[in-house]
Design a binder for this molecule. Sequence first.
Ligand SMILES: *Cc1c(COP(=O)(O)O)cnc(C)c1O
Length: 820
Amino acid sequence: MDKPSSTVEIPYPAPRSSRPEIMAEEIIERLTYRIGKDAKVAKPHDWLTATILVVRDRIIDRWMESTRKAYKTGAKRVYYLSLEFLIGRLMRDAVSNLGLMSEIRDALISLGVDIDVIAGLEPDAALGNGGLGRLAACFMESMATVDIPAYGYGIRYVHGLFRQQMADGWQVELPETWLAHGNPWEFERRESSYEIGYGGAVETVGGYEDTPRYVWKPAERVIAMAYDTPIVGWRGNRVNTLRLWSAQPIDPILLDAFNAGDHIGALRESNKAEALTRVLYPADANPAGQELRLRQEFFFSSASLQDILRRHLQQYPDFTNLHEKVSIQLNDTHPAISITEMMRLLVDIHGMDFQQAWEITRETFSYTNHTLLPEALESWPVPLFERLLPRHMQLVYAINALILVEARKQKSFSDTQIRSISLIDEGGERRVRMGNLAFVGSHSVNGVSALHTDLMKVTVFSDLHKLYPTRINNKTNGITPRRWLMQCNPGLTSLIRDAIGDKFLDDTQALTELEKFADDNAFREKFAEVKRANKIQLANLVGSRMGIRLDPSALFDIQIKRIHEYKRQLLNIVEAVALYDQIRSHPELDWVPRVKLFAGKAAPSYHNAKLIIKLANDVARVINNDPSVRGLLKVVFVPNYNVSLAEIMVPAADLSEQISTAGMEASGTGNMKFGLNGALTIGTLDGANVEMKEHVGDDNIVIFGMTADEVQKVRDEGHNPRAVIEKSPELAQALNAIASGVFSPDDRSRFSALIDGIYSHDWFMVAADFDAYAAAQRTVDQIWTDPKSWYSKTILNTARMGWFSSDRTIRQYASEIWRA
Ligand SMILES: *Cc1c(COP(=O)(O)O)cnc(C)c1O
């Protein structure tokens, strides 16, 4: 979507009509001429594609307009580089943001087609693992909404995150094929192709007296080809581009080899190139560490930078003003190699002086950190890095020399401090530290919640923070209220409109006007009715997919997110086991009927996470089939968590489980989705929960457990979990039941190692926090038994969560980091 190159004045087409009759005609037209199907024999999928094509035309009108505007105004462009975009479905999002929902619905009704049926057929684009990728998707929508000329850059994986199936309670990973029916949203841009190199050597050529020029001669090359997807902002004000790169071979077929009879070998290059963007790495919150991953990172970084520089040169004579016209945001360290690639392009290709290039690079880039766990920070073995990217290795050394001189000169840093800020980790096998590279090559380094940002300054980046004390800043994450309220919860949205009008649709913080209804009986009842309808919808899904009957009047207690030990699904399951025991031993008490729902994927190589899924399913089978429970407790693990499933589960939650070990969740965004949709949160003082508590008020959230400081202190001073367990009979009973095979009679020792981990080190403080958690759950029960109090609190959650809109986050990035 670049400047039109035609020299004659070509009038722009008139914008498309939004009348249902016209759109119905167009849908038939697309069905006939684009898909080649007669309406009489068209399959639901054909109707979906035809409808998307009609919607897409309306988007294109605005897309072109947005691009023209950016050229005319010379506004700064923002580039969001992310290895992951967890998009989900796009049709409802696009139609709703264009304000065409009722028109498209009517157009389809006139053709005998139900929009809800075809919308459910759209594949869920899962080009991401979890929160980090979903954040990138929410940001894309918010950047269009707040009218920032922005491009997202990433990889067009042929296979997104695997599809999860259960086999006897174990996770089984199946390939995901979101492109199987084609992708009507995307535009292939053959003209936007770039060469990406790997390996080879660096040659030194003449240059000026003492400044030789370096020329990288890669041994391998592939082509990066662009696919563009338009992203519509709220009310269609702006349409931005998500540009995803696909790898293509330079030579699709080696004809010499083919003619010599080597028919397989002739396709070697082609297969190798295409393998590069075939699949998303399924590891969340820990580095993949494989050569193919580094190749993917460089591939999309280099293609994106070449594209950015080409676009800049279309409008400006050189790169001296690059940092005034371009901001590049690195979503975690995955694109951090971009910093050296920018240096290579500016210095080696465009002949800029090294020092000037370095200053412009730093002013252009900014970096978002997503994790504090030292073992989760990306680093690459020097030999691998050097073999794949020899010129970039030289640049890493050159940048490192600059930084280390600065550190010694300006701050007289100690040797230990110098070692910690170095781009090279010299302890053991030498490795390139991508976090440090991203830090020194950016003018802004941000955390994603207030707590995470504070911790960053005293943990991973403490010495770099001393060297550059103004660089670290906070931008608390957010979620787009379009997808995570208006689209996923139409019942609540219309209830809110009836109560306070439409202002909140454009300014989520206007939801505070709902506060005055928190004690209004009639409103509380309507709020409860909406929740009940959403719970029935989820119960229907669970009933039809899993054959489990759920009572919608039970408390729906939901924990959905990636399965990770630090997120502590295990704590939740252990508490379910303890509750199960209590219900059976105290039948005389009035137990609150509860359904504990789980969903989430485990990285295929993460043994304990997969075992936790199996445990949830084993516990569910026993509890759900025990008549002495009298239906008071059910446990359900819903398979194949993704954005579309979240859109059904979030609005149906009474209770949101945000129970990570304090200090370990950078922000969380699932927590925000639930709060906005009127769930009560049970959570630790971790990530953005801390700020949620400040916004919703102490009385409207149930906080328990150790703080990040306390966790640190216990770890420093030595934790004795065995002593803790001995003091808690409920915990001891639950752990022993699990360890001894009560839930796994077919393999009694299945979970013994998992439980041993709690007894021996309890790194994630499951034992340490158990009693506090169980007590917090009984507090939740107490509140639940007083519906007026329950709905007052949950209404106040919806009313006060507006600040967590990603529009607010993006405005902060724009004014404080991008200055756009
Ligand atoms: C929001 C979301 C996440 C992030 O959830 P957390 O609870 O913050 O970890 C992960 N996956 C999907 C599909 C989501 O929608």
